[in-house]
Design a binder for this molecule. Structure first.
Ligand SMILES: O=C(O)CCC(=O)C(=O)O
Length: 264
């Protein structure tokens, strides 16, 4: 690892996160690690690498959030035009990043010793594509969880710019509490909380990670560039969290019984 990589979750990160509902942590991935994750993701989409349990969703392209493509275990076709890949904790390369020491530090601060994850998700805006993601909060009830996690880490695998469909967020909106347990912010609340003077473009460089409070209102648009805008998003939560549909726990990432990459 090169020395400019972030090694510590600092008090300044905490105070920014607390006040604004997000903080750009800084660069966590070296150039080599970034290339490895990008290559792995391309290999998964193109069927060159197969990892059991990983779920794929093709990009629908455009303003069609209501009509998302169905998910399949394994790629339904060999293309880079996927919108999402889920359950990436099954991949040793991604798992190792999800267990980065900085995430251990920040989850110790906000959660405790035993930590699970919801949505180990690759989120893609394919070149000249993408699907519009409406303003929303990431609420546990809507996800079928018995608590609402507070800490999601979003890591850019490419530069995320306005042109490539970076996230937009409403800083401080985590203090509003849950606006709608089903995630999406009503038009009335958008008129109150998502006006241009209240939102920012979260432009970040490839390899940088952002800690986002789950209740911070966010959205993202389309990618108008000819390069993909790829990212990894993982919600960290108390390992005691259960699935409200079947009572099941979630994959443990830190603490007792945490997942370990297989020994080669
Ligand atoms: O990557 C994006 O465009 C949005 C991701 C998102 O909504 C999330 O990570 O919660």
């Amino acid at each position: 690892m090169i020395s400019s990589l972030l090694g510590l979750f600092e008090e300044t990160h905490h105070s920014h996160f607390d006040e604004h509902g997000y903080v750009v942590l800084g660069r966590l991935l070296s150039g080599g690690e970034l290339s490895d994750l990008r290559r792995r993701t391309d290999d998964l989409m193109m069927g060159r690498v197969t990892i059991p349990g990983v779920a794929f969703q093709l990009d629908g392209k455009g303003d069609n959030y209501g009509k998302l493509e169905k998910r399949t275990f394994g790629p339904s076709e060999h293309t880079l035009d996927y919108r999402r890949i889920d359950e990436l904790h099954n991949d040793p390369l991604y798992l190792s990043y999800m267990q980065h020491p900085v995430f251990r530090q920040l989850t110790r601060r906000y959660i405790g010793e035993d930590v699970s994850i919801f949505r180990s998700m690759f989120m893609n805006k394919p070149a000249s594509g993408g699907t519009e993601l409406p303003w929303h909060q990431d609420v546990g009830e809507g996800w079928g969880l018995d608590t609402t996690p507070a800490t999601t880490v979003w890591t850019a695998l490419d530069d995320a710019t306005v042109e490539s469909g970076c996230m937009q967020i409403a800083p401080g909106s985590h203090k509003l509490g849950i606006l709608n347990a089903r995630h999406f912010v009503s038009e009335k609340d958008q008129a109150k909380y998502c006006t241009p003077d209240k939102v920012i473009d979260l432009e970040v460089e490839a390899g940088e990670a952002v800690l986002i409070h789950n209740l911070t209102i966010h959205r993202s648009g389309l990618n108008t560039t000819d390069e993909p805008r790829r990212a990894l998003s993982v919600a960290y939560m108390d390992a005691a969290t259960r699935n409200t549909r079947n009572g099941d726990p979630f994959p443990i990432i830190f603490g007792k019984d945490a997942l370990r990459p297989p020994v080669e």
